[in-house]
Design a protein around this ligand. Structure first.
Ligand SMILES: Cc1ncc(C[n+]2csc(CCOP(=O)(O)OP(=O)(O)O)c2C)c(N)n1
Length: 371
């Protein structure tokens, strides 16, 4: 096991003292430690591509490589700036990538991690990014870290360190931001599911929100045929919802989103806001945190999501109105936006969808096919 404090000291000895990234459950201890201890030298980025940009900017200004951390799910977001900015064929910018390896072959994980887990190492190899898996032995992991940072510097290129499940010794986040509301999210989800029109469909986002939608349906004795649980593809639930809403203008479509997810791909909100789709309601549960992966803060507690949505063209409504509006179709030409401020945390015994994604898709498509 690797102690995060020692890992950070090793990086700092190698001149790596700026950290940017998107939180990950396998990097939870690392993320918690940098959140607690690195102050202005740590930025939680909106998405992994942004983290690569931050690391590049830090290098341009200081001549020192930075560390960009991410779950392997975020590799896709990082590929563009890795290939077109940091690569030796372009600006040749040294940096260290620290990547949580969900879905490592041979280790049981959720379906959305299986494919990404298989291609994590080969994707970096395709990009010609030197990649090493950090060993469990602490001294060996620290030595490999030193070597890889030296390589990044000597060859002026990104290098990747892959983190297996259970590598980091536990460090618990001390500076948890206070809750921005008392309402438990699962309770809010239950209220919404109870009041939706019969034929309405839901597209829910990555992480706990989809799991709570699933469990709430079970509790209410309802089936899952109206819910598309977007287990991966963080930040794109609103686009899936828009695709459905445009194809079926008479269908009420509800996107249940998170603050972290909607901020990760905030450009999508501009497209929904300007879509003219009156049958789409975008509900963001804002707990100001990446709660599903450890509770690290998002900027959701500081920004005014409702003003953003209004400026982007949404009809911003309180939840009660939004549920009524969609039922009565009072809103003529614009998608509706609702922010529901909720507490962090979820039930300890929260289950996961029992059916695989393909079954979820098949049932959902059957619902959409029935007029
Ligand atoms: C592209 C990508 N990056 C990172 C992750 C890891 N991840 C899963 S859930 C999550 C946090 C989601 O935050 P939010 O949308 O606010 O919902 P909450 O977890 O607070 O319910 C993260 C970062 C991911 N699945 N995909």
């Amino acid at each position: 096991m690797l102690n995060v404090e020692l890992f950070l000291s090793q990086l700092e000895e190698c001149d790596v003292d700026f950290f940017a990234g998107v939180p990950d459950s396998l990097l939870k201890s690392f993320c918690a430690y940098v959140t607690d201890n690195c102050g202005g030298n740590h930025v939680i980025a909106a998405n992994e591509g942004g983290a690569i940009g931050l690391a590049a900017g830090h290098y341009l200004a200081t001549g020192k490589p930075a560390l960009a951390y991410m779950q392997n799910s975020g590799q896709g977001n990082a590929v563009n700036p890795l290939a077109s900015l940091a690569d030796p064929d372009v600006y040749s910018i040294p940096m260290v990538l620290l990547v949580g390896w969900r879905g490592e072959p041979g280790i049981k994980d959720e379906p959305q991690h299986v494919k990404q887990g298989k291609v994590t190492v080969s994707l970096f190899e395709t990009l010609a990014i030197p990649t090493e898996i950090l060993p469990d032995d602490e001294a060996a992991a620290l030595e490999l870290t030193r070597k890889m940072v030296e390589k990044a510097k000597a060859e002026s290129r990104p290098v990747a360190l892959i983190v297996r499940k259970g590598l980091f010794a536990e460090y618990k986040l001390q500076n948890k931001m206070p809750d921005i509301a008392a309402l438990p999210r699962e309770q809010a989800i239950e209220e919404i599911l109870k009041s939706l029109p019969e034929d309405a469909v839901i597209v829910s986002t990555t992480g706990m929100i989809s799991r709570e939608v699933y469990e709430t349906r079970e509790r209410l004795g309802q089936d899952h045929s109206r819910d598309f649980l977007t287990v991966g593809s963080m930040g794109h639930a609103s686009m899936i919802a828009l695709g459905i809403a445009k194809a079926q203008p008479d269908r009420k479509v509800y996107c249940l989103d998170g603050d972290g997810a909607s901020i990760m791909q905030m450009g999508n909100m501009a497209i929904v806001g300007q879509s003219g789709c009156s049958n789409l309601t975008h509900i963001v549960f804002n707990n100001a945190a990446h709660d599903s992966v450890g509770g690290q803060p998002t900027v959701g507690g500081a920004i005014n999501l409702m003003s953003v949505a209004a400026a982007l063209g949404y009809d911003v409504q309180p939840l009660e109105n939004a549920l009524r509006l969609c039922a009565s179709a009072l809103n003529k030409s614009r998608p509706v936006f609702v922010e529901v401020k909720v507490a962090k945390g979820a039930r300890k015994d929260l289950g996961r969808p029992k059916e695989p994604p393909q079954i979820n898709k098949a049932l959902f498509m059957k619902t959409l096919a029935d007029a």
